[in-house]
Design a protein around this ligand. Sequence first.
Ligand code: GDP
Ligand code: K
Ligand code: MG
Length: 272
Amino acid sequence: MNIAFIGNPNTGKTALINAIAKSDLEVGNWPGVTVEKKEAHFKYENQEINLIDLPGIYTLTPYSLEEKVTVDYLLDNSIDGIINVLDATNLRRNLYLTLSLIDIQKPMVLALNMFDDFKKRGYEVDTKKLSDILGVKIVPTIASKKIGSQKVLESTVETITDNNLPKIQPLQHHIEKEIVFMEHKLQMIDNFNYSPRAFAIKLLEDDNFIKSLQLNESFKNVIEFTKEARKRIEAHTQLPIKTIISNSRYSLIDKILDEVLSKPLMDKVVLS
Ligand code: GDP
Ligand code: K
Ligand code: MG
């Protein structure tokens, strides 16, 4: 099982991989770039486990070479599952990436890390409810103290074995309609190896990742459709598509956080 550690920078990905793999870490470089690659291989309940530590990202749109390593790796189909490491004290921003990861539709587990700091600040989160909403197992962790790490591994292997996929978090209806149509078109293309939903959203956003792929003739039809779809979506609000999609995601996140947090996040508190 190839399991990728994905999260924002400094959320505790490396600490968590160390806690799970103990001393079995291999350190190298990604081919062609001087970006550190940390891997751990071991056997767990008769399964070959391969944990891959990846550079931190905030979105699936890479700006640096490091971030590109992560996004390329994610969008390629060789991973069996994702461990999404979140800084619980920065939940709103961290969940933004989580929503994009859900679109990739791979088995995924959330490690709610920095849970010690989260508690210290007086927060409580209904992990059961959050887990139901997102369709993923959620494990509170304190990676630097190795707390929760075995549970993360156990949950991830279980999730991959059962091929449990996260629940799609639909964007506004008129956007969703276009995405679903594009997904159908993409699935009809021979040897199409990407996650259709994540790819469709990237097409709509006219993302650099797509531009770098040099898509062949078989994509002509879907690319034509995308241009029209983008116009239709942008006509609703007069905003650029990327803004529309990110606004839509943040309003989803705020709705979710209202439901699962005991008190609002600091960045929403107004001091008088
Ligand atoms: P990465 O960039 O995601 O790989 O993050 P690191 O694993 O390098 O961790 C960033 C910093 O957070 C390090 O100083 C860790 O020791 C610390 N850290 C990791 N996990 C926890 C945690 O659960 N609680 C606290 N308080 N600190 C943590
Ligand atoms: K770091
Ligand atoms: Mg790291």
